[in-house]
Write a protein that binds this ligand. Structure first.
Ligand SMILES: Nc1nc2c(ncn2[C@@H]2O[C@H](COP(=O)(O)OP(=O)(O)OP(=O)(O)O)[C@@H](O)[C@H]2O)c(=O)[nH]1
Ligand SMILES: [Mg+2]
Length: 336
């Protein structure tokens, strides 16, 4: 959950004015002279209305994490989904409103105190009018924040202590099957922009190191030149996340993609991501032409053969991941 509940302008004003009314009814006026009573009551109403609005906006701002303090992946995610600049501008509008409301509070409380008692009510009405127009001026921003809250509600939960592998490969090559075989529990599905079925995150642990394996249906499964700008941004977000890419070939070509197209996709992914790639040759049980298999196995470093559907070869994939995790840890240690 990134943003707290965002009220509409009407809700902001209703709450402020009704609390103000209550505060007024509780104001003790029994021991003060008659002409002072009205002033006290109206002052309490203006003060309370402004306090309520300020508190409500401050609480929204306090509960919203600063985008620039978040890990890069989330910053990119937010940028892709709602736009970081627009979000900042809308939060800035709440700050602006807090400032103006607090000025109005001082100004009108002062006016009421200096007024003749019989004018206090009309001064308070003028104050409420100004307050309403301030809140109505940030209607678009409140609307946007409410929309952003909904869009960011299911942001994927990423474990930044884990070694993160992202799965790539054409549709139907066995990505989901492999993910399910590597990770024990059913992978969790979280929203991810621009993939139809969401991002799937599976977890596993080996020798006290956590791993998370991520599948992004519809994103890393086709040529990158066909992507629009938003999808490219989503790719950038993934690049911040991936320590390693698991590229899956379907050597049987039963998925409908020839090995040369699959290899081209691998080359493209290698070009775009500056991330190490582990190449996995899947569906070896269906191989008809061993020569083709060997030809492509020779083109990549340390290829692995698996039959994901039967879990054959999975332990080698895990070993490779672990090897990779050890290197990563060593490098991390060397950096400190
Ligand atoms: N014979 C055989 N079939 C496999 C193997 N691995 C996966 N399959 C089958 O291939 C089909 C596609 O597998 P998925 O894991 O759904 O492939 P995917 O890459 O996740 O597909 P998309 O999510 O559509 O991109 C399924 O019917 C699997 O049962 C394998 O090693 N051998
Ligand atoms: Mg899948």
């Amino acid at each position: 959950m990134f943003l707290p509940t965002i009220p509409t302008p009407e809700e902001v004003l209703d709450k402020a004015f009704s609390r103000a009314k209550k505060a007024a009814s509780k104001t003790r006026t029994s021991k003060i002279p008659r002409q002072m009573k009205g002033k006290r009551v109206e002052e309490a109403r203006v003060k309370t209305a402004c306090d309520v609005i300020e508190a409500s906006f401050k609480s929204i701002l306090d509960k919203t994490p600063k985008v620039e303090d978040l890990p890069m992946f989330y910053q990119d995610y937010i940028d892709v989904v709602v736009g970081v600049d627009k979000l900042k501008k809308s939060l800035g509008a709440l700050n602006w409103a807090i400032g103006i409301i607090s000025k109005l509070q001082n100004q009108y409380v002062h006016k009421i105190r200096r007024s003749k008692g019989e004018n206090a009510a009309s001064i308070r009405r003028a104050a409420f009018g100004r307050i309403s127009s301030v809140i109505n001026r940030i209607r678009d921003e409140l609307d946007f924040l409410d929309y952003a809250k909904a869009r960011l509600r299911n942001m994927p939960t990423i474990d930044f202590d884990a070694i993160t592998a992202v799965i790539a490969g054409y549709p139907n090559v066995g990505k989901s099957t492999l993910l399910r075989k590597i990770t024990t529990a059913e992978p969790k599905v979280a929203d991810y922009p621009f993939t139809t079925t969401g991002i799937q995150i599976g977890h596993m642990e080996r020798r006290w190191q956590k791993y998370q394996i991520i599948d992004t249906p519809g994103l890393l499964d086709r040529p990158i030149e066909n992507m629009n700008e938003i999808e490219l941004n989503a790719m950038v977000a993934l690049e911040h996340l991936a320590h390693v890419i698991l590229f899956i070939f379907d050597v049987s070509e039963t998925s409908g993609y020839f090995m040369d197209s699959q290899f081209k996709l691998l080359m493209e992914i290698k070009r775009v991501f500056k991330t190490p790639v582990i190449c996995i040759f899947n569906k070896i049980d269906l191989v008809e032409n061993v020569n083709i298999l060997n030809e492509y196995m020779d083109k990549v470093e340390e290829p692995l053969q698996v039959e994901a559907s039967q879990g054959i070869g999975i332990s080698q994939v895990l070993d490779k991941l672990e090897e990779f995790g050890d290197e990563k840890k060593k490098r991390r240690r060397a950096n400190v």
